[in-house]
Design a protein around this ligand. Structure first.
Ligand SMILES: [Zn+2]
Length: 71
């Protein structure tokens, strides 16, 4: 008996992305193209709408962490 391994391919329209677009993030999308955490990053200007980090990301991230822990 030959093994049949016909798992059905994903049906329906292909959505552009189901995962957060931030670099290295595999979480599912919650808001816009981001997971909850990275949506916050986007709102704070840490990443752009494509999830790319600006050259001064480290600085912004530090400030954001400080703000977050202070809140
Ligand atoms: Zn994310």
């Amino acid at each position: 008996m030959a093994k049949e391994n016909k798992s059905p391919q994903a049906k329906g329209p292909q959505t552009s992305t189901d995962f957060c677009v931030a670099e290295g993030c595999k979480k599912s999308v919650e808001r816009m193209h981001f997971c909850q955490e990275h949506f916050e990053w986007y709102k704070e200007g840490l990443i752009d709408k494509r999830g790319s980090r600006p050259s001064d990301f480290d600085k912004k991230h530090q400030l954001w962490l400080r703000k977050k822990t202070a809140a």
